[in-house]
Design a protein around this ligand. Sequence first.
Ligand code: RFL
Ligand code: PHB
Length: 405
Amino acid sequence: MRTRTQVGIVGAGPAGLLLSHLLALRGIDSVLIEIRSREYCEARQRAGVLEDGSVALLREANLASRLDRQGLEHGGIYLQFDGQRRHIDFRELTGGRSVTVYAQTEVVKDLIARRIADSGRDAISFSVTETEVAELDTASPVLRYTDAAGTRHEVTCDAIAGCDGFHGICRPAIPAGVLTTWERDYPYAWLGILADVPPSTDELIYAHHCDGFALHSLRSPTVSRLYLQVDPDEVVANWPDERVWAELSRRFELPGWTLERGPVLDKSITPMRSFVSAPMRYGRLFLAGDAAHIVPPTGAKGLNLALADVAVLAPALDALLHGDEQPAAGYSATCLDRVWRSTHFSWWMTTMLHRTPGADEMTTQLQLSQLRYVTSSRAAATSLAENYTGWPPLSRLRSHADQDR
Ligand code: RFL
Ligand code: PHB
C-alpha cells in the first residue's frame, strides 16, 4: 500500500512518541511505527529520573497530568563512600532546581494514551516487521514496513526521524564514511531489580563500595528500584533474590540504617556503554535519542537527552517543511553540545563510583578523594548538581534553537 505523510518516525520509545505529539501540536502529520507490541513498550523497565527541564517540556505539551499527581520531586541525592552518606542539595546549590522521579514506563504509557486519544488507534503501528528507510538524500525519503496484519506499506515522507534506539535500522542506513562515532564499553554491568517494598530512603543513594557500586532508587512510595554493579558477563540466573538482597545490604550498610526487603517484581542486567555518533542528520533523515547516542545510566541522562533532542527537532522539522532550512541545519550541533556534556558527566559519575576489575589501590584512593571533594567543596558540589539537574538547562537549548529561525 502506497501512502504519504509529512514525517515518518521509526520507533515508539520516548523520543519517537514525544516527537509525533509535538509535531501534531504544530499541525504536522506523522506515521509512527514500532517493532514491539504496545504491551512490551509499556512494560519495559528503564529510566526513572526526569530533569526539571524535561518536566517543564512535558507540562507545556499538556502531557503531565499524571506526572504532576504521581511524580516525586527530589531536591538532591546522597553519595555514600568510606562509611559515610553525604547529601548533595540541588535546590540550595542551583537556585531551586530539582529532578522528578517518574518511571520511563509511565512517560511511555502517557504518551501512547495521548497519541491514541488525539489521533485514533492508527496513530501508532505496533508490532511491524521488515522496516526499511530509503531515498534518504532526496527531498522525499521513503519508509517501508509490514504491519501486524501482514500488509506491506511504502510511505513517502518529507523527512524521516530515526528514533529507533541503539540497535535500530536508521543509523546503519546512513552510507559508510558519513558518520564519525566515539564509543567506550565499561568493564561492568548493572543488575537492576524492581521490588514491592517502600523505599528505605527519601532520596536516591549512589554508593561507592570496595566490592562495587550500588544505587537505591524508587518508583513510588511503595515500590523500590535498586541496582548492583556486576561483571559484564553475569547472568540473572546467578542472582537469586536472597543473594541480591544480601549484596545490596552489604554495599549500603551504615550503622543505624536498614535496607527493607520485599518481593522482587523484575530483574535484569544492563551493559554500560558511552557512544556518540555525529552528525545527527543525513539529508532528510534525522537521528534522535539512543539512535544517535548512549550514556551509562549512572548520571540518569539517557531519557532526558532523548526528550531534549526531539524538543529541538520538532520546531526544526516544522521550519524545514515550510521552506526554512536553517534550524534543521543547526539541529545536530545544537543537540551534540548537550549530548557531549551529558556524556562527560555520565562517564565522570560512572568512573568515580564503580570498581574497575583489576584496578589498583591507587585508583580507589583517587575515587575516594574525588568523592570527599565533591561532598565538601561548594564549587564541586554545584558542578554535580548543575549537571544532574540538566546542563545546559533545556529551556536555554530550546531558546537557542528558536533563535536559529
Ligand atoms: P528507546 O527507548 O530505545 O526506543 C526505541 C524504540 O525503537 C524501537 N525500534 C524499532 N521500531 C521500528 N523499526 C525498527 N527497526 C526498530 N528498531 C527499534 C524499539 O523497540 C524501541 O521501542 O530509545 P529513545 O526513545 O531514544 O529513548 C531513550 C531511553 O529509552 C534511554 O536513553 C533511557 O532508558 C536510558 N536510561 C536512563 N535515562 C535517564 O534519563 N534516566 C535514568 O534514570 C535512566 N536509567 C536507562 C536507565 C536505561 C537503562 N537501560 C535498561 C538501558 C536505567 C536502565 C537500566
Ligand atoms: C532509576 O530509577 O532507574 C535510575 C535512577 C538514577 C539513575 C539510573 C537509574 O542514575
